[in-house]
Design a protein around this ligand. Sequence first.
Ligand code: HC1
Ligand code: SF4
Length: 574
Amino acid sequence: MIAVRVNGRHVTVEEGATLLDAARAAGVHIPTLCHHPGLPAHAACRMCLVEVSGEHDPQPACRTQARDGARVETDTDALQAFRRADAQWLLARHPNDCMRCEIDGACQLQTLVRENQWEDLWPKIPAGTVDAEDVLSKDHTSPSIWRDLSKCIECGLCADVCGESVQEQFVIGFAGRGFDRRPVTVFDAPLRETSCISCGQCTLVCPVGALIEAPHWHEVLQTLGAHRRVSVVQVAPATRVAISEEFGLTPGTVSTRRLINALRQLGFDYVFDTNFAADLTIMEEGSELLARLEAGTGLPLFTSCCPGWVNWVELNRPDLLPHLSTTKSPQQMHGAIAKRSGFVRSLGADFAEGRAEPYVVSVMPCTAKKDEARRPGQSGDVDHVLTTRELARMIRSRGIPFAALSDDGQFDSPLGESTGAAQIFGASGGVMEAMVRTAAHLKGADHDLPLEWEALRGVGQGIKTATIPGVGTVAVCNGIASAQHMLEGEGWRSAYVAVEVMACVGGCLGGGGEPKSMDPHILRKRAAAIYAVDADAPRRRSYENGDVQALYASELQSPNSPAAHRLLHTCYAP
Ligand code: HC1
Ligand code: SF4
């Protein structure tokens, strides 16, 4: 262990810890803008400079290792003056429009300015002035991600996460030097013209409003306020866990029932569960796998519920399209059923023939789901997709006291019933584990099989495999980079019968639309909550879902029937 003194307080930290770690262990706050626990430290913003005994110049706390016996000062007059000057430099280039910024209230630069009362450093912009450069700096071409370079503080986190540190997509990199240094796409093209897969990981690490999800919550609130159409909302498995963090609840708190109450207060007429459609997805995808196994074609089957992964295949490896499951994602299935099935019309007059079709909104942990909702052949199933972060903004804007809501909401029936298998969809490996539980059953091979497949669980980047008796060996690629690495060789073609790919590390619970978190263990905490919901569920296999069985009996006949294909399947375009 290493002993350090921070502002006179003694603290011991592990070998390799930084001065920032030591300060935090001592309860001392050091401001940072470019630091993220999951990414390399570049010390680009210089906000965390501290004075260290034995060093002539101030050192960046995020990148300097703690030395045994070092004495560190974090708040001397010289450091405070430097930070103020540093902020002045940043603000001279930053638009003064917090009122109009999507992430007003959740911006690290804004927080720094407010905490230190540095508002006077912001240059005054005459009312009504629209800077031509400001307009040019905006890129709203992607259906999922908005960029505004005028707000960029050049921390480098977006390039890191999109590049070699995590996703290995290299859509964003740095160009220019000194004052002109800025993050750009290849040839400075708008995002839509790049190979961006809409995963949104860059929006998750951006400390300001330079990269955000394409915002749709304003339109949703207006539509709900007008109340002209029957409104339906569905909630993804990962959202009900992570939304708790937006309202100060302990990470890993499951807020399903509280969330249902909040959605009703926002004005939704029906609150449904995406998990219902996840069970349905498993019935279709599991049957598809068995059909391919029997025919010996299209193997391995690749899951297709992650739109970032589907985008990647279409952009980079269209030769793999025949391997993608044609089953729609749960989001799209749920929308299709809410709008077009007799099962839902039977609910009553609200859905009777002749009325405008329901207005369908989904709440997802994912930015690429916005993109998916506009895919050819599927657009219209879902009207608007909100990220978990956007939903939190809506709840705050209407003053709903989320954390204080009673934890007793109930999903509407019949699109609200689900099993534990559907809940684990939200974690990397969950779709495959859910499919194994049902595919093994459909094959009559589940009698002695365990329900839980530990080998398929875990949030660490990489590939997980398990051999399922009677089915074959299956694989899980946790993160798009893992899939890329697997596909560089040819071994996967014969090694596996099915492969799950989730573009974000951790699966949906690490999705680009989830709350921003500086907790290095956040994925583990969210995953533990998801698996706990499954363990407590009265039914844990998708084929045990009574509403799903009723839907097949009343309308869809059987998995993969022509009726099921019309509503629940899609195709892909190279
Ligand atoms: Fe997901 Fe899915 S699990 S893709 O991660 O198949 O976004 O949570 O809703 O559609 O169910 C996301 C999560 C989600 C779909 C389901
Ligand atoms: Fe890169 Fe994903 Fe951001 Fe696109 S959305 S720029 S692929 S990190």
